[in-house]
Ligand binder design. Structure first.
Ligand code: GLV
Length: 320
């Protein structure tokens, strides 16, 4: 019998066909609305495989209902939406899609850094809202990127790719990571710093670390108070790594200069969220990996992982 697969969002046709060639599929056939929890709870009962996105919470309660499930294939590099311990206990393979999104996410992180430093979105709104009366010396002035110090928190694949881009801007690069990355240090001429000292020395701070119990609220009131008043904070990892309440106050009181946020504690972020009232916040809707090419590659890789696991072969990227 062909394995049964549940897919939680409409996928590109070619990817769908590759799964359909080997499996019976059921799919949440919407592109902009996540599958309701009660539908997922019903569908998971008979599924051998699940193809899901970071918008679905694959928690213990859901996995308890999954009597036949062999694999959860997440179309994302981050897998904080999945209860890995529960999956392990139940012998369910979990896969993710690292590698294929590295350069695209590093591009976006650099773009967001430039946007937050040079007030690109605020300036565009200024023009469109008819506020542009004249050129004046200090109007909409930002922070220099070229030659500044960049502190990268999380020196994984994306962190290293960001460092390569920053070298082209003659930035001095510091990093903090759970473990030292000596090869990358030599290759890219970057320096390891303890977290507090990185926060004190950096003009730009980019967060690129996975979201785990250890990194939850990694950046809060104390950490923000260590940063320069001119610091620009960029988060393209996960919202919960920065305490949003503390960030709001630091930005409002001018304790740091600006922030570029691609991720939020709750997504989609509520339109009345205090952070969205601040002109020194550049906010975008979790688009780090959103190029046509990369999203297609992620979907293909997630499909490949799923199919390999269902054939009891080793998927390309196994989390557990
Ligand atoms: C996106 O945030 C991902 O984890 O792939």
């Amino acid at each position: 019998m062909r394995p049964r697969v549940y897919i939680t969002r409409r996928l590109p046709d070619a990817v769908l066909s590759s799964i359909e060639a080997e499996c019976e599929i059921r799919m949440w056939n919407e592109s902009d609305i996540p599958v309701p929890r009660e539908v997922l709870e019903k569908e998971i009962v008979n599924a051998d495989g699940l193809f899901c996105l970071l918008t679905e919470s694959i928690d213990r309660a859901l996995l308890e209902k999954a009597e036949k499930l062999k694999v959860v294939s997440n179309m994302a590099v981050g897998y904080n939406n999945i209860d890995i311990e529960a999956a392990k206990e139940k012998g369910i393979t979990v896969t993710n899609t690292p590698g294929v999104l590295t350069e695209t996410t590093a591009d976006l992180t650099f773009a967001l850094m430039m946007a937050a430093a040079r007030r690109i979105v605020e300036s565009s709104d200024y023009l469109r809202n008819g506020k542009w009366q004249t050129w004046s010396p200090m109007q909409l002035t930002g922070q220099d990127i070229y030659g500044a110090t960049l502190g990268i928190i999380g020196m994984g694949r994306i962190g290293a790719s960001l460092a390569k881009r920053a070298k082209g801007f003659d930035m001095k690069i510091l990093y903090h990571n759970r473990s030292r990355k000596e090869t990358i240090e030599q290759e890219l001429d970057i320096r390891f710093e303890e977290l507090d000292s990185l926060l004190e020395k950096s003009d730009f701070i980019c967060i690129l670390t996975p979201y785990t119990p250890e990194t939850k609220n990694l950046i809060g009131e104390r950490e923000l108070s260590l940063m320069k008043k001119t610091a620009v904070l960029i988060n393209t990892a996960r919202g919960g790594i920065v305490n949003e309440h503390d960030l709001y106050h630091a930005l409002k009181e001018g304790e740091i200069w600006s922030a570029g946020l691609d991720v939020f504690e709750e997504e989609p972020v509520a339109l009345d969220h205090p952070l969205l009232t601040l002109p020194n916040v550049t906010a975008i809707p979790h688009i780090g990996s959103a190029s046509i090419q990369t999203r297609t590659r992620m979907a293909e890789l997630a499909a490949e992982n799923l199919l390999l696991a269902l054939k009891q072969r080793t998927p390309k990227h196994v989390v557990v």
